[in-house]
Design a protein around this ligand. Structure first.
Ligand code: NDP
Ligand code: GDP
Length: 328
């Protein structure tokens, strides 16, 4: 039975990746940081019905010794580093924490692999945010980076450390440059989920309006369920590498918002208010990925459209709020 260790297992991607690997017959070790709220922290795994199937172990990205011990104890065949301070807006308010967890934390995981489990295959969760102020209209693995936030800068360090450990020590280390991907399990502070939660609350009479920031930014969105499959495929290749994972379609926040409201039979213009406090100090105006390499080498294809995903997310948030209302 192959064994995978996932950092960030309590997050959106960690939950979907754990589900995929369990379906494929893996033993899944999920690294969880100690928290006073650990009883509610496994909610995403519970939502997918796999909380009891994942072996949850304690560790923290900023504690190298905890990571080395985990490698020694569990001897994973595959290590997926998904843990991060992952919210761009927070990265300006907590830039040093973001650098420590999202940047140096990845280096800690690479060090733990190099020291204690060099035969393991390693995946780094890199981000399209690294392209930032885009240098080419459609971004590939060869497009130069121009990060625009402390988050993106930390991710860039982690990305190059992954490339460097591959080249320096021969680790089977791959970096997935994933464009935005969402789902009903997306953190509520990210724009798609904030919108679908807002739509549900407005529809059910729990709110009257929704405050948003820059509606003109454009993103290339996909579904997390499709994107975690690309992570797994990267680690099944004979040789490690870097891959852009994207849908190849760029849509404005405004258009996505209209899509979500329309699914609930509402007109977004009646409810959206722009709050200048939500405008970022530096913006990534537009992202559009070219996943040709992933298509050709991994045989990867996205299967869920933005429209289908937004509908699934609105329906899930409606169901969540209805359940809360009927529970009183
Ligand atoms: P989430 O924010 O949902 O999950 C982040 C995870 O990291 C959580 O499990 C969190 O634990 C954990 N974590 C945070 N700090 C630490 C720490 N110090 N030690 C151990 N674990 C920690 O992110 P996603 O699932 O959306 O994304 C997964 C990865 O992919 C992230 O690295 C993200 O930056 C990256 N990425 C995501 C994209 C997206 O569109 N979703 C796009 C490109 C890259 P806890 O539950 O305790 O907070
Ligand atoms: P990001 O691409 O990782 O930063 O993902 P987000 O979902 O946080 O943001 C995507 C885009 O939506 C960015 O250009 C934001 O400026 C824009 N946006 C507009 N309003 C909001 C909002 O209220 N919350 C968030 N999170 N983003 C918003």
């Amino acid at each position: 039975m192959p064994r995978a260790l996932i950092t960030g297992v309590t997050g959106q991607d960690g939950a979907y990746l754990a589900q995929l690997l369990l379906e494929k017959g893996y033993e899944v070790i999920g690294v969880m940081r100690r928290s006073a709220s650990s009883d509610i922290i496994g909610e995403r795994l519970r939502w997918l019905g796999i909380l009891n199937e994942v072996a949850l172990v304690e560790g923290n990205l900023v504690d190298l010794s905890s990571l080395i011990r985990l490698m020694q104890e569990h001897r994973p065949d595959e290590v997926y580093n998904l843990a991060a301070q992952s919210f761009v807006a927070t990265s300006w308010r907590q830039p040093l924490l973001t650098g420590t967890v999202t940047g140096l934390g990845a280096a800690n995981v690479l060090e733990a692999v190099r020291i204690a489990r060099p035969e393991a295959r390693f995946y780094q969760a890199s981000s399209s945010e690294m392209f930032g102020k885009i240098q080419e209209p459609q971004q590939t693995e060869r497009t130069p980076f121009y990060p625009r936030s402390p988050y993106a800068i930390a991710k860039l360090y982690a990305h190059w450390m992954t490339v460097n450990y591959r080249e320096s020590f021969g680790l089977h280390a791959s970096s997935g440059i994933l464009f935005n991907h969402e789902s009903p399990l997306r953190g509520i502070e990210f724009v798609t989920r904030k919108v679908t939660d807002g739509v549900a609350r407005i529809k059910l009479g729990l709110a009257k309006e929704l405050q948003l920031g820059n509606l003109d930014a454009k993103r290339d969105w996909g579904h997390a369920r499709d994107y975690v499959r690309a992570m797994w495929l990267m680690l099944q290749q004979e040789h490690p590498g870097d891959y852009v994972v994207a849908s190849g379609r760029s849509v404005s926040i405004r258009e996505m918002v209209h899509m979500a409201f329309a699914h609930a039979g509402l007109n977004a213009d009646d409810y959206i208010r722009v709050d200048p406090k939500l405008i970022r100090p530096a913006e990534v105006d537009v992202l559009l990925g070219d996943a040709s390499k992933a298509r050709q080498k991994l045989g990867w294809e996205p299967t869920i459209s933005l429209e289908e995903m937004m509908a699934e997310m609105v329906d899930a948030d409606l169901a969540r709020h209805r359940a809360k209302m009927s529970a009183g």
